[in-house]
Write a protein that binds this ligand. Structure first.
Ligand code: ZN
Length: 380
């Protein structure tokens, strides 16, 4: 029989379908996270010690190129700070931003301010709204959970393409291992490079031809990363990173304006995480984030439980305003939106997935790489 349980150490619960508890009621999520954290912290110590060398490598790779590296910016603190650090360390970044039509005004303002103050070139790709709307609606109609993978995939595609366009070897990102947090439970999100899944869902439910939307498949990723030799690097790993201090620096030096709450950068992201995920799929992603804070000693478990009892939107008026905005922008009626929320979720895999192609991809990659090496005389 199904029994509701919460971990006694973190705040993960049985909404994570594959959660298991030991005899003390401690779950696999926080146990795995603690093991991962130790390794990650050791790696970060090592990276911080080798920062100068790494920066020299990036500069060397950028010699005779227009830029040294690509840095993706969303308007959030992490990516803004990564861009700031590249400039402060003498690198010449090209900043890349994906505008998918859901940016908050404050996020756009922060990005504009950031690149102007730092004197950095910005490449913004504005997504074709009709295509994006049709893709997002296909995902709604398919009742799959990871609507955000459309944005994540496009963002990955854009960064790799810009690096390839300028012949650059490094994509430096505002991520870091030490604060990445606990793993997402299986079924709460989907594999981000699964273009086959995106195309299948769109073919079944979409109507607008996809001509310009950036997409990156597993095979494209292999091409960029291993054949073109473009490295995706968590740049913040090379620095002692404290989000609060990073925010203060950005406020002081590039007139950065903090957001009133998490995921404020994108109206869709905040609505998706605070309304669609809990109400339709029964997951609250805050559990993963809060568990990370509890286990790494940044918050008490009691405080995390108290926070989970409050609604994800800090303000009910804002929630209703966002709901009306999202419905209008995507073309939902009140009834069709209610029907969507009530309809059960469907696994992504049901529509076809690149994951099925893995054994094949592995073979292709091996063949392509050895062929390429013989052409280049194994120079790199
Ligand atoms: Zn736990």
């Amino acid at each position: 029989m199904y029994e509701y349980r919460v971990c006694t150490r973190c705040v993960m619960d049985t909404t994570a379908a594959d959660i298991v508890f030991d005899e003390n009621g401690i779950c696999n999520y926080c146990t795995d996270f603690l093991a991962m954290l130790k390794t990650a912290q050791e790696k970060v110590v090592d990276r911080v010690a080798h920062r100068e060398e790494f920066i020299e490598e990036v500069k060397e790779a950028g010699k005779s190129k227009e830029y040294d590296c690509v840095v993706g910016v969303s308007g959030g603190v992490d990516s803004s700070y990564a861009l700031y650090l590249t400039v402060k360390n003498g690198l010449r970044p090209l900043s890349v931003h994906l505008d998918n039509g859901w940016n908050s005004e404050l996020a756009s303002h922060n990005i504009a301010n950031l690149v102007t103050s730092l004197g950095v070139d910005l490449y913004t790709h504005v997504i074709d709204w009709e295509e994006n709307r049709d893709l997002q609606l296909s995902f709604f109609k398919a009742n799959v959970v990871d609507i955000e993978m459309l944005m994540d995939n496009a963002m990955l595609a854009l960064n790799y393409r810009q690096a390839a366009n300028y012949g650059l070897k490094y994509i430096l990102q505002g991520t870091n291992m030490a604060t990445e947090g606990s793993a997402m439970p299986k079924g709460w999100n989907h594999f981000k490079y699964d273009v086959r899944n995106i195309r299948r869902i769109h073919k079944k439910f979409g109507s607008v031809p996809i001509r310009t939307h950036p997409l990156i498949s597993t095979l494209d990723y292999i091409w960029f990363e291993f054949i073109r030799g473009i490295k995706w690097v968590s740049f913040l790993d090379y620095f002692p990173y404290n989000k609060f201090e990073a925010m203060e620096t950005l406020k002081r030096e590039v007139s950065y304006k903090p957001y009133p709450y998490k995921h404020y950068e994108s109206v869709f992201t905040r609505f998706y995480q605070a309304v669609i995920l809990p109400k339709k799929f029964g997951y609250d992603k805050r559990r993963v984030h809060l568990s990370t804070l509890v286990v790494s000693g940044q918050m008490s478990r009691a405080e995390a439980i108290r926070m989970l009892e409050t609604p994800p939107y800090p303000d009910p008026q804002q929630e209703e305003q966002d709901r009306l905005f999202v419905m209008k922008k995507l073309g939902f009626t009140e009834q069709s939106f209610q029907d969507y929320i009530k309809a059960p979720g469907v696994p992504h895999e049901l529509y076809g997935s690149e994951v099925e192609l893995y054994p094949l991809l592995h073979t292709i990659y091996g063949t392509v790489r050895s062929a390429w090496r013989s052409v280049r005389g194994n120079r790199s």
